[in-house]
Write a protein that binds this ligand. Sequence first.
Ligand SMILES: *Cc1c(COP(=O)(O)O)cnc(C)c1O
Length: 495
Amino acid sequence: MQYLSTRDKTLRLRAAGAMAIGLSRDGGLFAPEAFPDLGTLDLKVLGAMSYQQRASFIMGKYLEAFGTEELERFAQRAYGPDRFDHPDVAPLHRVDSNTWCLELWHGPTCAFKDLALQMLPQLISESLNKLGEERDACILVATSGDTGKAALEGFADVPRTKILVFYPEHGVSEMQRLQMVTQSGDNVGVCAVRGNFDDAQGGVKALFSDEALREVLREKGWFLSSANSINWGRILPQIVYYISAYCDLLGAGEIKLGQKVNFCVPTGNFGNILSCYYAKRMGLPVGKLICASNRNDVLTDFIRTGVYDRNRPFHNTISPSMDILVSSNLERLLFDLSEWDDQLVKKYMADLAAAGRYEVNAALRERIQSLFYAGSCGERETGTAIRSLHRDYGYLVDTHTAVAAKVLTGYRAETGDTAPSIFVSTASPFKFCDSVLDAIGVEPAGDSFQRIEQLEKAGGVSAPRPLTALRGRPERFRQAADRTDMERVVRDFLG
Ligand SMILES: *Cc1c(COP(=O)(O)O)cnc(C)c1O
């Protein structure tokens, strides 16, 4: 199978090439040329498999150059019991007779990004071997919190890779900072940037387009690569859990084969929900794709009107991983729904870069609206959703998950749709202790670990081990740099 650039479909690469470089050289994203059909037979076969087997089976359909045994080995390592604290890896929690929550935070960093970032490093590392690439990959990441830690954990001690993460010095939570600066591994580095997330991200983007730096690195045997969700190797592993969740409902006798299930996804960069759309393209009986946003509701407006307009105030919310105004992966959806009209996609993206705005044509808008529903949830409503799930169902969720739960409720009220529905849980509530404590009426007190204990007590559940285990761990990385110094940090890091 080949992967086409969304801005020029004549630029095509096989999976290994696409995953090694991340972004196409014309600035487009790589999209698969076809969607392997699941059919009812596959769904039955998958039902009897473990999560790890499901992952290698589904991913194998897109990665012919990778052997079954190889993919099984990757999946065992990525989703094994030493990394995930639940045997189902991505378990469904039943909320009521018609509603489930898909918990994607049982991995080593307690956010859904582990599902992709435990797999991606192995895919990149093996891609380099398959391509006969002699240089090794240096992964640069700018993070506002969750991606950085998940990438560090995924790439730690992976052969032929090094990873350097930049985070805004005062822009991440104390727990997120601790998670990063205590990271183990011989090939990892973490550096604070004096500035906000845009400074860190702008700095990393500048490094990627710095030809002189690339030349120096090339001579030393390195090339730069990316671990964020523009990389196909992050989207692919996420398709698996949607299919897996459907198989689990089927296996439990909750639905009949072929019956449609709605998914409601808390959305930022549009990567997670895009994977759900791809699962539907493979024939998974998905009903409505429900796109949930917080106060940064650019996607809600887009899906409802066909106008994407980032010219609006940016809000810092209690669901920070969704605080984003440019959702990169939307480009892949536009490419697919326009039947690969690369010139159209290119024009929209040029409009976005120049004016911060584009409007899709009527045909495209109608297609999007027939597949997707969109809603947003304010700060107060997020807290209310946490409180009522806890009070009415004894179920504790984090702020991002609460946004999805609330938008699903709104969707049902507005449409009267009674189809079985799953809302996606993207982080452990213990990652956002303060906001969750606030929501359930407990005043946060003491340090990060005392707050975890407060939440354990109030919520009646234990905190994930990877968070409590941070207590007392030595802080390995104390470096802070100005944005203008980031290049030097990279050079020092690579030696
Ligand atoms: C990254 C993230 C999201 C947003 O996911 P996208 O794939 O960017 O849409 C939502 N919730 C949490 C907790 C995240 O870390």
